[in-house]
Write a protein that binds this ligand. Structure first.
Ligand code: ZN
Length: 403
């Protein structure tokens, strides 16, 4: 019988976060940094080192918050005879490590089978399939900040569904299929499809790029901006609610770009996806003051990653990558949906909706009828008044003649 814990991931220690960075981005840490002392207080007499933990851990706080929030509620599926798929943060890190090592070449089914059989080390251990799938889902959520389902009992949705014109299926769970590698699943989720209007060969593209800003989305299209920690929902427009979602964990993407600079094909996030996402934020929040003021407001009031305010991607790029990313092969379709909202803004304010309804032709007819009716009523009122005046005058004349 395996170890039993109701909430194995309830508490995340600083040591867990350090080890997480080591697993996710191959951070190398010195003995002083690996020490359990909190990150803010280096030990006395020890010269400050140049480890990434000392340099960049503070900036990763929004991602650490996401990690805590995502892992805390995990509860194993079964108690009793069965083993738990995740018994500690260490187990979760081991799963992440094995997916990183094998996710580019091995299928999901093989990754899962190999990890759990290796862990059992020949001893008798049984982890239920559904719990295995949930453990892998959690690992993939942390690694990619998407929500890919690993449950093979569910029917997988075609990846194209996310790119439906109305984006109706975006809420549907996307699946890392049993036969796919993780890299394959990510490529299916984020399809490359060049949008002609955003290319430099199109005469309108510079105007589109200049006007496609969050300031215009707010002022002209009257859309609300919401942050998301799910990369799949980046730039998703909910026309009914008038909301556009923006993935704001730029530091997470930058760490991934730094970590894969020497091995560009390392899973799980394609470099182009990470860089292009950063480029969409540069496009939507250009360096002029009103855009930056709006972004500062989103950071302070809506908890956007403060790293969004750091402009520039050159330290994270490899040669030629930026040019390709700026063609927006992945996010182009959603960007153009947003531009349509600026070009043809739908009425969203109460008065605007009311005015729009009133401006339709049948309402113009109704307004004319109301006008005519008012004129008739006023005429009748005038007639009554003159009759009354005549009656008073007649009474006065009668009284005068009776005296
Ligand atoms: Zn160090």
């Amino acid at each position: 019988m395996g170890s039993q814990t109701a909430f194995p991931l309830q508490i995340t220690t600083t040591g867990d976060l350090k080890a997480l960075c080591q697993v996710l981005w191959s951070w190398e840490l010195c003995d002083s940094c690996l020490d359990a002392t909190p990150k803010a207080s280096p030990r006395r007499g020890v010269a400050p080192c140049h480890c990434p933990w000392r340099q960049r851990a503070e900036r990763l706080e929004p991602f650490f918050d996401f990690y805590r929030k995502t892992t805390r509620p995990y509860v194993p599926d079964f108690f009793g005879e069965h083993d738990q798929a995740i018994r500690s943060h260490q187990d979760l890190r081991d799963i992440i490590k094995s997916i990183k090592q094998n996710g580019a070449e091995h299928s999901q089914e093989r990754c899962m089978r190999e990890y759990f059989s290796l862990r059992a080390q020949g001893k008798e251990s049984f982890v239920p399939g559904s719990d295995q799938a949930r453990a892998f889902e959690l690992a993939v959520r942390i690694m990619t900040m998407t929500s890919l389902s690993c449950d093979n009992s569910q029917e997988g949705f075609p990846a194209e569904a996310t790119w439906d014109v109305e984006d109706k299926q975006a809420e549907a769970p996307q699946t890392w299929q049993e036969v796919d590698t993780l890299s394959g699943a990510m490529n299916k989720l984020f399809i490359s499809r060049i949008h002609p209007s955003l290319q430099s060969s199109d005469s309108q593209s510079s105007i589109i790029r200049r006007n496609l800003t969050v300031v215009n989305l707010k002022r002209i299209a009257a859309l609300r901006i919401e942050g998301t920690d799910n990369l799949q929902r980046h730039l998703r427009l909910d026309t009914t609610a008038g909301v556009v979602q923006i993935f704001h964990h730029t530091n997470f993407l930058k760490e991934h770009l730094l970590a894969t600079k020497h091995e560009p094909n390392l899973p799980p996030i394609p470099r182009l996806l990470a860089l292009e996402t950063l480029c969409t934020l540069q496009l939507l929040f250009p360096s002029e003051s009103s855009s930056q003021a709006l972004l500062r407001n989103l950071v302070s009031k809506q908890g956007f990653d403060p790293d969004c305010l750091r402009f520039g991607t050159s330290p994270f790029e490899l040669g030629g990558e930026k040019e390709w990313a700026m063609r927006f092969p992945i996010w182009g379709t959603r960007l153009m949906h947003l531009y349509d909202e600026i070009e043809n803004p739908k009425p969203r304010g109460r008065i605007e909706v009311w005015l729009e309804r009133k401006s339709k032709s049948r309402h113009i007819m109704m307004a004319t009828m109301v006008g005519v009716l008012t004129a008739v009523l006023l005429g009748l009122f005038g007639l009554c008044l003159s009759i009354f005046q005549t009656w008073i005058a007649w009474q006065q004349w009668k009284d005068g003649s009776n005296r």
